[in-house]
Ligand binder design. Structure first.
Ligand code: SF4
Length: 347
């Protein structure tokens, strides 16, 4: 369930502060920003500092309403069509990546370009290009219309077949089956992707699977944390925007495990009725949701009666991705040029 727009935030009345309301909040670990989101936001902020407003960004830099609005306020302009960007402007590609056609068009139009594509998405693009040269066709597991899927499928003019579920596997018609490889969107449900992969393998036993699965560490870790937490709570709240794939998967996962779960863009969408008779509240956040919003949700739930906040044990994430050339600063705040070697170390 996602909170409906227009929900009255003042609905969290003192009435609910009773023994019948929440007593404890369990915080999932890890939650919130991943290294790819951190990097993408920093690219926009540094471009604004270095070149001044406006900075154009193709698509939402990451799928979070708060983040996008904050950057808009600082001078970022979010567009979908490159025709809406004036000649000579600075353009940033979002963390989800872009197709070859968009890359070429941006170069042709002469923009100064910075690429905020998450390096883990770029890794999938590189793999597609490499195997395509070896004669492979691809089966992509992902959600139709998601910008990451459009970007990855758009690495080739043809020969990538999208499957969204097990039923789709029976429908696709590759040109040949001798050289077939699987790639996946990075932010899928780990369990759903495994089920679809198994169906692909059953139909095409010789299919080449990724050495390391394409679902990223951040998606995997956040889902693992929800799996551990769900049986321990009476209701689970996910902070994330409706467009955020990995946030949606967290709410779905908790629901599949039998835990009542809701996703909210921010604290104003919380509804008092969700907490009636619920003593333990689980709280997590998608990879694009800032911790500030998590803290505001905590304050709202405390207003309903929760007296303690307990962090669940979990994996500590230390992944960090370097910035693109031209936006890196040294300790004195000077611009540094950076080679690709650091990036390769991170992959
Ligand atoms: S969710 Fe994963 S793929 Fe997406 S930006 Fe974060 S690390 Fe990269």
């Amino acid at each position: 369930m996602t909170a409906k727009p227009g929900t009255n935030p003042s609905a969290l009345s003192a009435q609910a502060r009773s023994a019948n309301g929440p007593q404890e909040i369990l915080l999932a670990e890890p939650r919130g920003f991943c290294a790819g989101v951190d990097r993408a936001i920093e690219i926009v902020e540094r471009a604004l500092t270095k070149f001044g407003a406006p900075i154009y960004v193709r698509h939402e830099i990451v799928h979070n309403t708060y983040v996008v609005n904050e950057l808009k306020a600082k001078g970022a302009i979010f567009i979908e069509e490159l025709a809406d960007v004036p000649p000579g402007a600075t353009l940033i590609f979002s963390a989800h990546g872009v197709s070859k056609a968009v890359q070429h068009e941006a170069v042709q139009r002469g923009f100064q370009i910075f690429d905020a594509t998450c390096p883990l998405v770029t890794k999938v693009h590189v793999e597609v290009a490499k195997l395509h040269k070896e004669g492979y066709e691809f089966i992509m597991i992902g959600h139709k219309g998601h910008p990451e899927v459009e970007g990855t499928m758009g690495q080739l003019a043809s020969g990538i077949h999208l499957v969204e579920d097990v039923a789709d596997v029976a429908r696709i018609t590759p040109g040949q089956t001798r050289k077939l490889a699987v790639v996946t969107q990075t932010t899928l449900s780990v369990d759903d992707a495994a089920e679809i992969s198994a169906a692909v393998k059953a139909r095409f036993p010789q299919v080449r699977e990724p050495k390391q699965q394409d679902i990223c560490y951040a998606t995997q870790n956040r889902q693992d944390a929800v799996k551990v937490m769900s049986p321990q709570v009476d209701v689970l709240i996910v902070v994330g925007s409706p467009t955020s794939s990995n946030s949606n998967r967290l709410r779905e996962l908790a629901a599949k495990l039998g835990t009542e779960a809701y996703m909210v863009d921010d604290a104003s969408e919380l509804q008092e009725s969700w907490f009636e008779g619920k003593l333990k509240v689980g709280l997590t956040a998608g990879a694009s949701a800032p911790e500030l919003l998590v803290n505001q949700v905590i304050d709202r739930i405390k207003a309903l009666g929760a007296v303690s906040v307990r962090k669940m044990p979990g994996i500590e994430e230390t992944v960090k991705f370097p910035l693109p050339k031209g936006l890196k600063l040294d300790a004195q705040g000077q611009q540094l040029e950076m080679g690709d070697s650091q990036l390769h170390q991170a992959l």
